[in-house]
Design a protein around this ligand. Structure first.
Ligand SMILES: Cc1cc2nc3c(=O)[nH]c(=O)nc-3n(C[C@H](O)[C@H](O)[C@H](O)COP(=O)(O)OP(=O)(O)OC[C@H]3O[C@@H](n4cnc5c(N)ncnc54)[C@H](O)[C@@H]3O)c2cc1C
Length: 296
């Protein structure tokens, strides 16, 4: 029934999906389906149908900040990868939700536009990264975002200004209002020499490769840094580097990364997270806060 509806409406749909390539931990969960609307009109058709038929659904970006807790999801994942147009006019960049930030940072660098350097190694898509207020090197999406086009709960498209988005550290209105969907973002950049931008980005990419376990499947930093402290240092001081639960391991390169060294499941990662939290709390009385999102 679902397959027929999407097929009749010319909307790309996959049934019985293996989620391994849709999450950067490379967890082998499965899902009932995944749909790829290629326009806002198609997205509205998709949402009307899923709501009408009471079918559970969820938006998924590049899967680089999530942990699939379950082996099977009786839901449809909505991917906006086909909303992937972007345009640069003078110092303004307008990008749809499905554009990868790494691609944008390179494009802007080539054109001598500065502002997105901090995203040069951030494997998220525009929409989800606006929602996450992703950031690095003391910069975040909120610093360069002018406005965003959103889809509201009643399926209207409207523009919201930066000041209306309730941005704070890795937080935005999209996190508290899950019915609000980011469709497009407008960023304000600044002119700068292309060579200088490339140099900054190359240095950062090298540094990351040296200090982060990018050779293994992972989803970036696991915990937020508590005020004035480093989560990685606290974990390291509890002698947890290298501790492993069925293939889920605290990286020996950077203790605030969990890597998947084999066929770990989401449950293994969550068990390791709970163990780390308990040990850090026992030793330092610090409650670590998860930066990644567990999907139930
Ligand atoms: C190697 C590595 C390095 C990383 N480094 C950083 C870093 O430096 N800084 C940082 O902040 N993060 C980092 N991350 C984490 C991650 O890349 C970012 O949080 C990124 O913004 C998540 O984007 P995504 O497309 O993968 O989102 P996903 O993980 O797929 O989704 C995240 C959330 O966004 C929601 N969502 C998806 N699309 C939309 C939409 N259009 N509108 C509203 N909500 C939506 C999803 O439902 C989900 O709740 C890193 C991850 C890895 C693997």
């Amino acid at each position: 029934m679902i397959k027929d509806f999407f097929s009749n409406n010319g909307i790309y749909y996959l049934e019985d999906v293996d989620l391994t390539k849709y999450n950067t931990y490379r967890l082998h969960s499965k899902a009932k389906g995944m749909v790829f609307p290629s326009t806002i009109e198609e997205l509205i058709i998709v949402l009307k149908f899923l709501r009408d038929k009471n079918i559970s659904h969820m938006f998924l970006g590049n899967g680089s900040n999530i942990i699939f807790a379950k082996e099977y999801y009786d839901k449809i994942f909505i991917k906006l990868d086909k909303l992937n147009h972007y345009e640069i006019k003078d110092e303004l960049l307008v990008a749809e939700a499905g554009v990868p930030l790494i691609k944008l940072s390179l494009e802007c660098a080539k054109k001598g536009l500065s502002g997105l350097e901090f995203t040069c190694a951030l494997p998220g898509l525009v929409g989800s990264s606006v929602a996450m207020n992703a950031g690095a090197y003391n910069s975040s999406i909120a610093d360069i975002l002018v406005s965003t086009k959103v889809l509201t709960k009643d399926l209207n498209v409207k523009t919201m200004k930066n000041s209306e988005l309730d941005f704070s550290y890795r937080h935005s209105i999209f996190k508290t209002n899950r019915d609000l969907i980011c469709l497009e973002a407008t960023f304000k950049l600044e002119k700068r020499s292309s060579d200088e931008i490339m140099e900054v980005m190359t240095k950062r990419q090298h540094k990351r490769r040296e200090t982060q376990p990018l050779e293994y499947p992972c989803a970036g930093s696991v915990f937020r840094n508590p005020d004035g402290l480093f989560a990685g240092k606290l974990i390291e001081d509890c002698d947890l580097k290298g501790i492993n639960i069925n293939g889920a391991e605290v990286s020996t390169k950077h203790a605030n990364f969990i890597i998947n060294k084999g066929d770990a499941t989401g449950e293994d990662i969550i068990n390791l997270i709970n163990l780390i939290k308990a040990k850090v709390y026992d030793k330092f009385k610090v409650e670590l806060i998860l930066e990644q999102e567990i999907i139930y």
